[in-house]
Design a protein around this ligand. Structure first.
Ligand SMILES: Nc1ncnc2c1ncn2[C@@H]1O[C@H](COP(=O)(O)OP(=O)(O)O)[C@@H](O)[C@H]1O
Ligand SMILES: [Mg+2]
Length: 243
């Protein structure tokens, strides 16, 4: 079977091969293939409803693919339970920043800590990235601003010692300064050799930080290539993304 994998070299950190995913009888993904190499930042772009979140959910086993395969770190995880996928080193920063609202920041961070075969991050390192967070440790999360919640959500992913982090629209609704911090964090992950798959509506920021990108539409991949190509080719960018 592996002889026909077009997108999956043996050393890919994440390799998604022709997955199809359904919500009930409604098919949301049609033979989606993509890969993320070690330490590579890959952007997944496309209009609302294209299937970007569903692709992340399929990778995480939240909405498992009905056909096709998902491999992470050399292992077939297509039918593996979500908590086990997380424990093997897949971090997730969901679009709703799903942190526990009635717990303090400190408690949210403490319960996110996991050991994997990848590097462990400390709270101190998270404070170095998000300097404001140290002073929020005893606040309950329901009282945080959107930007503060995003800092906690990203820190939670890092404390889980990820080899790959999936970001779902991390800049959505955030002030420009916080968007910058988020993009700086993604660039830092790359320097540390951690792989990133980032879904973004903010095409410009995503293309600045990414090495490669995929564009989805109607549940399929309609373009793949170096991020620099879409950054520089305004005609192609408009044609694919309308911006
Ligand atoms: N929980 C769900 N139940 C049924 N259909 C869904 C559900 N979530 C998403 N969809 C449908 O799947 C398609 C892809 O959605 P989604 O992956 O959320 O797109 P994107 O993240 O690119 O905006 C859309 O047609 C959407 O309506
Ligand atoms: Mg989405």
């Amino acid at each position: 079977m592996s002889a026909v994998l077009k997108h999956a070299p043996a050393d890919a950190m994440l390799s998604v091969d022709r997955i199809s995913t359904f919500y009930g009888e409604t098919q949301a993904l049609f033979n989606v293939s993509l890969e993320v190499g070690p330490g590579e930042v890959v952007a997944l772009l496309g209009p609302n409803g294209a299937g970007k979140t569903t692709t992340l959910r399929s990778i995480l086993g939240l909405t498992p693919a009905r056909s096709g395969t998902v491999r992470f770190d050399g292992r077939d995880v297509t039918r593996v339970a979500t908590h086990e996928i997380a424990r093997s080193g897949v971090g997730w920063v969901p679009d709703d920043r799903r942190i526990f609202p009635t717990l303090t920041v400190a408690r949210n961070l403490a319960i996110a800590r996991k050991k994997t075969r990848f590097r462990a991050w400390s709270e101190k390192e998270c404070f170095e990235i998000f300097s404001a967070m140290e002073y929020l440790m005893h606040r309950e999360c329901e009282n945080l601003s959107g930007g503060e919640m995003q800092m906690v959500a990203i820190s939670r992913a890092l404390l889980g010692s990820p080899g790959l982090v999936l970001f779902d629209e991390p800049s959505q609704g955030l002030a420009p300064k916080v968007v910058q911090d988020v993009m700086k964090t993604i660039a830092r992950l790359r320097r540390e050799g951690i792989s990133v798959l980032v879904v973004e509506q903010n095409v410009q920021s995503a293309l600045e930080v990414a090495d490669r990108c995929y564009v989805m539409n109607l549940g399929t991949i309609v373009h793949e290539g170096p991020a620099a190509q879409l950054r520089e080719d305004a005609t192609l960018r408009r044609q694919l993304l309308g911006v």
